[in-house]
Design a protein around this ligand. Structure first.
Ligand SMILES: NC(=O)c1ccc[n+]([C@@H]2O[C@H](COP(=O)([O-])OP(=O)(O)OC[C@H]3O[C@@H](n4cnc5c(N)ncnc54)[C@H](OP(=O)(O)O)[C@@H]3O)[C@@H](O)[C@H]2O)c1
Length: 325
């Protein structure tokens, strides 16, 4: 596609690990253009812009948000800055894709949603899982009631990063902890599959820097269904999800939050469904943002702001039990 047909001009704010993956996937979407990048470091902005072909670079987040040639700002900073940085972009009238979680708590998520609505701009949380082709297939199977009503859902996400109290994963000032970083994916799957829970039971282990390094959550639903969820920064776990219904079972294979393989087990007959995602998997959420903007929508119907708020409320309820667990 010609450059002139690239109708969505992106800016990336915060040039860490995920920003690199996003920039790589933006390059695969013909309608997307990486217009500008912003870092706290001028050198990092320059190197990143050169590597990924961004037209402009800033070493000031605010200046990127004020650039009239940026349409969409992708917020890729640590959790504790999502509210502040997404606010900057919203107040400048930009469409915003903010990395998960939308804020540090439901209060921030709600305030951000209200701000986006007041400014009439698009806002979406970067839960890429929702747009991965296997997730679409999973939702199609649930809707068709192939496995019947869900009785039990289990999902885990664990890995073992080296402990560093200054790193965003472990630093409480940067919104560290297993729950906000990776536990959000099992929680989101539970919300997507079963809706709101009735009761929540939490068992968390706090690490030396004061953030949760392990978090087990049990959810019970009015239907009698239950969900068992785990996140951990101290062990590698299978990172799979099993959804057991009255008539059969679905397994979302490793890593379930961006899986390319689903098994459907009905009466011990297992059918495997493989669906590759494009690029590193972020292409699908990028295209969703484009679809919404082209249609003049201020939120995605696949990942509505009400879901982001429900997810933030669920995260709050889990964290509220940290001290008693
Ligand atoms: N969707 C996914 O698959 C996925 C995967 C990983 C992470 N994430 C999310 O993406 C966000 C960033 O994660 P990441 O792994 O990319 O983190 P990271 O590598 O640490 O990058 C974060 C960037 O934020 C900027 N920043 C601003 N203030 C900072 C501060 N006080 N301390 C540290 N960094 C600061 C820095 O960029 P500059 O110095 O360039 O300004 C830094 O490089 C998080 O919200 C995380 O949950 C999503």
């Amino acid at each position: 596609m010609e450059k002139s047909q690239q109708s969505h001009r992106w800016g990336i704010l915060g040039l860490g690990k995920i920003a690199r993956k996003m920039a790589a996937d933006l390059a695969l979407v013909p309608e997307a253009k990486l217009q500008a990048v912003a870092s706290r470091s001028a050198k990092r902005a320059q190197d990143f812009a050169f590597e990924f072909g961004a037209e402009r670079m800033y070493h000031d987040y605010h200046a990127l948000c004020e650039d009239p040639e940026v349409d969409i700002v992708y917020i890729a900073t640590p959790h504790s800055f999502h509210f502040e940085h997404a606010s900057l972009a919203i107040e400048a009238g930009k469409a915003v894709l903010v990395e998960k979680p939308m804020g540090l708590n439901a209060h921030q998520a709600k305030a951000l949603i209200e701000k986006a609505r007041a400014h009439g701009v698009f806002l979406m949380e970067g839960i890429w899982t929702r747009f991965i082709p296997i997730t679409e297939k999973y939702l199609e199977l649930l809707k068709a009631e192939i496995i019947g009503p869900i009785k039990r859902l289990s999902a885990d996400f664990g890995f073992r990063p080296a402990f560093n109290p200054d790193h965003r994963l472990f630093n409480p000032d940067l919104g560290g902890g297993s729950l906000l970083d990776i536990g959000i994916y099992p929680l989101y799957l539970s919300l997507l599959s079963l809706g709101k829970a009735d009761t929540i039971k939490v068992s968390a282990k706090m690490g030396p820097s004061g953030v949760d390094i392990r978090c087990e959550v049990e959810l019970n639903y009015p239907s009698g269904a239950e969900a068992h969820l785990l996140s951990s920064l101290e062990e590698e776990t299978p990172t799979e999800a099993r959804i057991i219904g009255e008539k059969g079972e679905i397994k979302l294979h490793r890593r379930f939050h961006h899986s390319e393989l689903l098994s459907l087990d009905i009466n011990q007959k297992v059918r495997e469904i493989k669906l590759a995602y494009r690029g590193l998997g972020y292409v699908h959420e990028i295209e969703e943002v484009h679809r919404c903007l082209a249609a003049g929508h201020q939120e995605s119907s696949k990942l509505p702001l009400s879901t982001s708020l429900e997810l933030a409320e669920l995260l709050d309820k889990v964290q509220a039990q940290f001290n008693n667990s």
